[in-house]
Ligand binder design. Sequence first.
Ligand code: ZN
Length: 81
Amino acid sequence: MPAPKTPPPAKPCLFCGQPMEWRRVLAKTWDTVKYCSTACTRQANRQRRQAGETIWELPPAPTNGRGVRVWTAKKPRTKKK
Ligand SMILES: [Zn+2]
């Protein structure tokens, strides 16, 4: 899938509200990117879990600088109280 010629506009992180700029490495996942960082993803998911939702989502993909994803999908650990 070719990257669009005009990058999509920045959109705000759903957790902290900071604008996220489109980047080429996000081309494939841009539609599903909601948070600016893994920290925001975790905290937002934690809040949603506390609200009774059972969900888990992949964090935005960090890369090794060459556009290669370096994470592997994992279920988040549930903290014991
Ligand atoms: Zn954020």
